[in-house]
Design a binder for this molecule. Sequence first.
Ligand code: FEO
Length: 165
Amino acid sequence: MKVSKKILNLLHDQIAMEANASNYYLYLSSWCKVNGYEGASSFFQNHSSEEREHMLKIIQYLNDLKINTVIPSVSKPSQNVKSLEQVIKNSLANEQKVTKSIDKIYGVAQNENDHRTSIFLEWFVREQIEEEDLFESILQKFDVIGRDKLALHEIDKHLQKLSQK
Ligand code: FEO
């Protein structure tokens, strides 16, 4: 096999993590829609699709090496969101977990001199810088613009713009 058992297990865990992130962002999109945040709903719908693409990237990497992948079941997200700010905070926390996980696999690949997996993961390392920056910047808006109804409307419009990029 072209990657070690350890790397394979970690990549399988990462496939599941991306699938669960996709599912979680779908839940957030649905919550936003029902609570009147149309822009945020579109933003999270797109983000859910992006996470699925991340999952597919890893599956394709393994399949290109002629390694079978286990397609994971997804877990039911905890449905406990109460505010738009919490939606963004939870998303940032989720991205921070993903970053840790990617960093861990990258570290193992480097220790094993598995250069092809290291190079493959570089895209994810860069992506996580963008993902964390994205959610940190949105979160900052609550301090800058505020948390009253007008401010939340402005933040929702900002998310709408982001979803059109
Ligand atoms: Fe695939 Fe947003 O991490």
